[in-house]
Design a protein around this ligand. Structure first.
Ligand code: FES
Length: 103
């Protein structure tokens, strides 16, 4: 399945990149930018970013379940993802309140 049509990145490409990235002792947070850079690709429109994030974490969990990547590296990535989601939710709530107060 093609995830990014601009850079022609498939879910299989993402899986292979994660295998290489996540075996490092200091594995990075596997953001789409990190994965695309590892694949020597560059995002253009970024329209695929939400799908890319979903596929990255889907593949990461599958690799963890198969025992192919360290659960600690996966836990660090999931923690970071959850912190970002909470921050985004808080930010969205603040924006909604600000808009409500302005109206
Ligand atoms: S679809 Fe991925 S950068 Fe445009």
């Amino acid at each position: 399945m093609i995830v990014c049509s601009c850079a022609v990145v498939s879910d299989h490409d993402i899986e292979l990149a994660l295998l290489e990235l996540m075996i490092a002792e200091d594995a990075p947070l596997p953001t789409p930018g990190v994965v695309w850079r590892h694949l020597a690709k560059k995002m253009n429109c970024c329209g695929c970013a939400p799908l890319a994030v979903a596929k990255i974490y889907e593949k990461l969990e599958a690799l963890e379940a198969k025992g192919l990547v360290c659960p600690c590296a996966c836990a660090n990535a999931k923690d970071a993802k959850s912190r970002v989601q909470k921050r985004n939710q808080t930010s969205a709530r603040s924006s909604s309140k600000a808009e409500a107060n302005y109206a």
